[in-house]
Ligand binder design. Structure first.
Ligand code: UN1
Length: 498
């Protein structure tokens, strides 16, 4: 399958418009089968430096290219991605494991982002405003930053790369991109698409390798002026500290501990659908995945029963099979982490209602599969209700009131996504005000962010920046204030005002 879709057995870095062969490699493993899909180079600081030198040269020219012309490349990127959607989706399932339907959705997210950001080529709005002195003009405008670094995760290898690279490129920057070594194929494919779309050489450069070599070299390179990272809190706070020392701008999208609140007046069938989709879709490996259900005690029994019935129906296996709804876990480390939380949950006294174990029957033995899991009678302070597990595991927390539900939702270190199922309009408005996450859903699960809105979270989920939406441009541009005095004389601000 991989051979039919990929014309290479080894991937190559893409630096200055050339495919640069690596020396050392590691295997990319299909998590559904344990088979090798391709080999990916493990580069070092030298490749990063070469990429930065090329990017610096290319960026000067690119920044002078009118933004609507820069955008033409993104329209073409979007067109090619659309044409190649099925091919990209299959490769994505091979390297990441997510089921084909979701892989198609992720590629679509990238296509949407291409056309949306291409439109920014004719906007990139600044503001004109009044000056405080006569015959003086004032305006603010966006300026590109220069060479920017993006470090992307394995769970959304193409969508997140588009959230970061498209705004960077339309705004006139050049990009050094380190994709996750688990899922490098999407970067290889997107680099080819950029090339075919006519992006000048050096504007995007892909360097494969580990965080401790390539990532570290990017974070410490003087000429990379922004790092945009999506991944774990541990790595994110390390990057932030290193960037802080160098006064380097850094945008972080980190973990989540997202909850669905189910009130006593909720449409329970709809809530069940929303929970199943947002908790077990992508096998729970989304930053936005629902991992807590905060349920009003009056509907707890009913919700539990309905969830158990629907969980039974979930089909688990290789995501290339269109009938499968839940795919594998990315790797052994992911499996170990989930297993560890099973023990923690039991020790804490949570009631295990379903799942809790790896699936090893028949063909499943070859991949990494974990049974959809439901813990009940969880309290908000338990570790399984506080820490990100990144797997198909839900903790049900009963509460007595709406106010308590909001409090439990907010009482975690993360703040990415939250959701409430209720039919009371007053509760809807109170909830969207009081839930302290960056994304709030009403009568829908915790996943499904659309690209033209800001994506990101509060508290431990990040550092105040946002991916996607027009807000992503703030990460990749500097605001420049420009004053034009056409009075022909010296006018001193704040002094010559009368
Ligand atoms: C992520 O999990 O890091 O809202 C991204 C969603 C998707 C993006 C998830 N559109 O679930």
């Amino acid at each position: 399958m991989a051979k039919a879709l990929l014309e290479v057995e080894k991937l190559a870095n893409y630096i200055n418009g050339e495919w640069a062969e690596g020396k050392e490699f590691t295997s990319v493993i299909n998590p559904a089968t344990g088979e090798q899909v391709v080999q990916v180079p493990l580069s070092g600081g030298k490749a990063v430096n070469e990429a930065v030198q090329a990017a610096k040269v290319a960026q000067k020219e690119w920044a002078l290219t009118p933004a609507p012309q820069r955008a033409e490349v993104l329209y073409e990127v979007g067109r090619i991605m659309k044409e190649r959607k099925e091919h990209l989706a299959k490769l994505l399932t091979l390297e990441n494991g997510k089921v084909l339907e979701e892989a198609r959705g992720e590629v679509q997210e990238g296509i949407d982002m291409a056309f949306y950001m291409a439109g920014e080529g004719r906007r990139l709005f600044g503001q004109t405003t009044n000056a405080e002195l006569k015959d003086k003009f004032a305006m603010s405008m966006r300026a590109p930053i220069g060479v920017v670094g993006i470090i992307t995760p394995w769970n959304f290898p193409i969508a997140i790369a588009t959230w970061k690279s498209f705004p960077a490129i339309v705004a006139g920057n050049a990009v050094i991109w380190k994709p996750a070594t688990e899922t490098p194929i999407m970067a290889f494919e997107l680099a080819k698409i950029y090339e075919e779309a006519g992006l000048p050489k050096g504007v995007i450069n892909v360097v494969y390798g580990s965080g401790s070599t390539v990532g570290d070299a990017m974070v410490h390179h003087d000429d990379i002026r922004v790092i945009s990272f999506t991944g774990s809190n541990e790595t994110g706070s390390h990057i932030a500290a290193e960037c802080g020392r160098q006064l380097k701008k850094v945008s972080l999208e980190l973990g989540g501990k997202n909850a669905v609140i189910v009130m006593d007046d909720a449409d329970i069938d709809l809530a069940v659908e929303g929970i199943i989709w947002s908790a077990f879709g992508t096998s729970g490996q989304r930053c936005t995945a629902c991992s807590r259900v905060i349920v009003h005690e009056d509907v707890k029994e009913q919700l539990e029963q309905r969830l158990l019935t629907e969980m039974e129906k979930l089909t688990i296996g290789n995501g290339l099979d269109e009938d499968v709804k839940v795919g594998p876990i990315i790797n052994d480390a992911g499996m170990e982490k989930i297993k560890k939380y099973m023990e923690i949950g039991k020790q804490e006294g949570a009631k295990l209602l379903a799942g809790g174990y790896p699936l090893t029957e028949g063909n499943l033995a070859k991949g990494n599969y974990f049974a959809p899991t439901l813990f009940s009678d969880v309290t908000g302070d338990m570790r399984i209700a506080q820490e990100e597990i990144f797997g198909p595991v839900v903790s049900l927390i009963p509460v007595k009131s709406f106010e308590e539900a909001i409090e439990v939702n907010n009482n975690v270190t993360y703040g990415l996504s939250s959701s409430i199922f209720t039919s009371d309009v007053n509760r809807v408005f109170k909830a969207q005000r009081d839930l302290d996450t960056g994304i709030v859903y009403v009568n829908a699960g915790t996943t499904g962010a659309e690209i033209h809105l800001p994506f990101g979270g509060t508290k431990g989920t990040g550092n105040g920046h946002r991916d996607s939406g027009v807000q992503a441009l703030d990460v990749f541009t500097e605001w420049k204030a420009v004053y034009v005095d056409y009075s022909g004389k010296l006018q001193r601000a704040q002094i010559d005002v009368d």
